[in-house]
Write a protein that binds this ligand. Structure first.
Ligand code: AMP
Length: 190
């Protein structure tokens, strides 16, 4: 199995790249943000809970997120591997993921991080908000809060994976094709 964590702050293009890479490597793409949005759309209990956090740009609590992630991995028992997009986002999520995969005799092969300067990102997200129906993309205050959440809870994961020699930074500025190429050069060697 090849298990990749696609990492980076909100708006760096994780979802776009994951969509391309999953086809190229025949991996299952799990986006916790997409899973929450799916639950919100279908008005499930999980969706109602997640919505109250997401609409403010806050992270959804770890226990809820981790349980949802595990269920999704278990649904895909025959997968070649996974691209985790938007997960883990806290150290506790990363530890849970490591333990969960270990129980299955699996591991994270690498965290591949898209690096983009923050000043380019708010504009990108507001632009995405013009065509997506994501309320958290349409309000600068919510976007700023997502960056604060990223800096205070998520950015530390770079160090977490660096300590395991599994962190690979990739320049996330350029055309979609250029960035895919850079990601492939890293992932081919994982
Ligand atoms: P995303 O689509 O990855 O930008 O996620 C959108 C929102 O979903 C985030 O701002 C959080 O509110 C929530 N979310 C997604 N993934 C996670 C996660 N791993 N942990 C906590 N909250 C998450």
């Amino acid at each position: 199995m090849k298990n990749i964590v696609l990492f980076g702050s909100p708006g760096v293009g994780k979802g776009t790249q994951a969509g391309i890479l999953k086809k190229h490597y025949n991996l299952v793409h799990i986006s916790t943000g997409d899973l929450f949005r799916h639950n919100i759309k279908n008005e499930t209990e999980l969706g109602k809970l997640a919505k109250s956090f997401m609409n403010k740009g806050n992270l959804v609590p770890d226990n809820v997120t981790i349980n949802m992630l595990k269920a999704e991995v278990n649904k895909n028992a025959n997968a070649n591997g996974f691209i985790f997009d938007g997960f883990p986002r806290t150290e506790s999520q990363a530890i849970s993921l490591d333990l969960f995969l270990k129980e299955k005799g699996e591991k994270i092969n690498g965290m591949v991080a898209l690096e983009v300067p923050e000043n380019l990102l708010v504009e990108r997200i507001l632009k995405r908000g013009e065509t997506s129906d994501r309320p958290d993309d349409q309000d600068e205050k919510k976007i700023r809060n997502r960056f604060t959440e990223y800096k205070t809870k998520t950015a530390i994961l770079q160090e977490y994976y660096q300590n395991q020699n599994k962190y690979f930074g990739v320049n996330g500025v350029g055309s979609i094709e250029e960035i895919t190429q850079r990601l492939k050069e890293v992932i081919d060697n994982l």
